[in-house]
Ligand binder design. Structure first.
Ligand code: M6R
Length: 463
């Protein structure tokens, strides 16, 4: 292999695979100038997960670093052209982690892993025995001093933030502004020094989210990130980092990363409510008990798969799908529609159910499937009236609800997916499962590339 000279902005990691001999020579070399490692190959990528099957060690490059790589050597330079010494860390990945096991696709494996990884994440943030929130670190701010929370992310991560907006506002009575990072970084929002900004990212490398974080830091806000990759740029540059324990998210479509983000955000919202005096000890316990139930309820929701697989055969024939929800089910409608779009390339739109009559109702006819996310909660009756509007125009309703909702729905849905009974607050973590399964099986029927959908990258490290 010839010499590669590469300026590293979009590519933050490289790893070396070591042969026999001193495996860390590259890592431990005091002087990198042309150091000859025992490595048999050097790889370069923008996401450490992509490197997981290959190297023993990984080096994380900093912005504007550049490197000269050969098969056996690597030299890193900083923006000024001086040789730079960057820490070499042991690769966390392994070929075991990046195999599909008994599943046909990574996405299927990752959907089914959720009860386990959401359970791991729960135990990081909750003292299960004491039934209390127990954050792994002391926060460097007091929630009582926070006048407003700003939440930023992209794609599914922004929808996790949207769900969390409802939680923070309801449980902690703190106003929340939710932005997609690409808008936030340029819209010159008035920010108050000392307030809190939360950044949500699976990869921790999304360029817009990282830029938004840097922008907010410069304004003197507290920054807290919810990330899956603790070595990522967003994790490293945030004042506080709360890790999701989803494990490697290989499929481009965010599944377990999304539900783990929700678990961390739910725990944080309860912690905020408690420290602001909005939740009593008893209310905290009640909410924590509900969180503890989530992994089991997710496993129950996975049992809807055969029914959804059957439904997907019809969905695959459709050109457009509408998703509706109210309250926390609204951002979930956005997430369900995104999932279907990105992996099956079927056009889908998510709307707040109450918005139906303000425009989208014009789309409804007998060719239009309408996925309605409606647990039997405080806004169920309102959603039923929206379903009646859909039914009156011949739309085919696919209702995701619980046993009581199925009984009380009045309208006659084409299909009802009955999910386990649970108290309303944290339903999105459970109701996301059928949404993921529907997108997955529709894509499988259509024969699209499930794990690497066309035109999409796992981590969007460019603007
Ligand atoms: O790594 P991030 O969470 O920052 O990525 C944000 C989005 O690019 C990501 O959620 C994207 O929307 C997914 N493909 C959705 O499934």
């Amino acid at each position: 292999m010839g010499e590669i000279d590469l300026r590293v902005r979009d590519c933050r990691h490289f790893g070396t695979r070591c042969g026999r001999g001193p495996t860390r020579r590259f890592a431990e070399a005091a002087d990198y100038r042309g150091s000859e490692s025992a490595g048999v190959a050097t790889y370069l990528d923008s996401d450490a997960i992509a490197l997981a099957p290959f190297p023993d060690t990984i080096t994380y490059l900093e912005d504007d670093d550049w490197a000269v790589l050969t098969r056996k050597t690597s030299v890193i330079f900083n923006a000024q052209g001086a040789v730079a010494h960057r820490e070499v860390v042991k690769s966390g990945g392994s070929s075991f982690l990046v195999k599909t096991a008994n599943y046909r696709h990574f996405m299927a494996k990752e959907i089914h892993a959720q009860p386990e990884v959401v359970g791991h994440t729960l135990r990081r943030y909750v003292d299960v025995a004491a039934e209390r929130i127990a954050l792994p670190q002391r926060l460097p701010f007091d929630f009582n001093d926070i006048g407003r929370i700003s939440i930023t992310g992209c794609g599914s991560s922004s929808y996790a933030g949207y769900v969390a907006k409802y939680w923070f506002e309801r449980l902690a009575r703190v106003p929340v502004e939710l932005d997609v990072a690409s808008e936030f970084r340029y819209r010159e929002a008035p920010l108050r020094k000392g307030d809190l900004a939360i950044f949500i990212s699976q990869s921790g490398e999304t360029a817009d989210t990282l830029a938004a974080l840097r922008y907010v830091k410069a304004q003197g806000l507290h920054t807290l990130s919810v990330v899956n990759v603790p070595t990522s740029a967003i994790a490293r540059e945030s004042e506080t980092m709360l890790q999701t324990l989803a494990g490697p998210q290989i499929g481009v479509a965010s599944t377990k990363a999304f539900t783990c983000q929700l678990m961390v955000l739910a725990a944080l919202a309860v912690a905020a409510g408690k420290s602001r005096g909005e939740l009593s000890d008893a209310e905290e316990t009640r909410l924590v008990q509900r969180l503890i139930e989530i992994p089991r309820l997710m496993a129950t929701a996975l049992a809807t798969e055969p029914q959804i697989e059957k439904l997907a055969r019809d969905m695959a024939k459709c050109r457009n799908v509408v998703y509706l929800g109210r309250g926390t089910s609204f951002p979930l409608a956005l997430e369900g529609a995104l999932k279907l779009k990105e992996i099956s390339c079927v056009h889908a739109e998510g709307y707040a159910a109450g918005e139906l009559k303000h425009g989208p109702i014009a789309l409804i006819d007998e060719t239009m499937p309408v996925v309605v996310i409606a647990p039997y909660d405080g806004v169920f009756e309102k959603t039923v009236s929206n379903m009646q509007e859909v039914a009156a125009r011949g739309g085919n309703i696919i209702l995701m609800t619980d046993a009581k909702g199925a009984r009380e729905a009045i309208v006659d849905p084409l299909v009802t997916i009955v999910l386990p009974d649970m108290p309303a607050t944290f339903t999105p973590m459970v109701y996301d499962i059928p949404m993921q399964l529907l997108a997955y099986h529709t894509a499988v029927v259509m024969g699209t590339n499930v794990d690497q959908p066309r035109n999409l990258a796992k981590a969007v490290t460019v603007e």
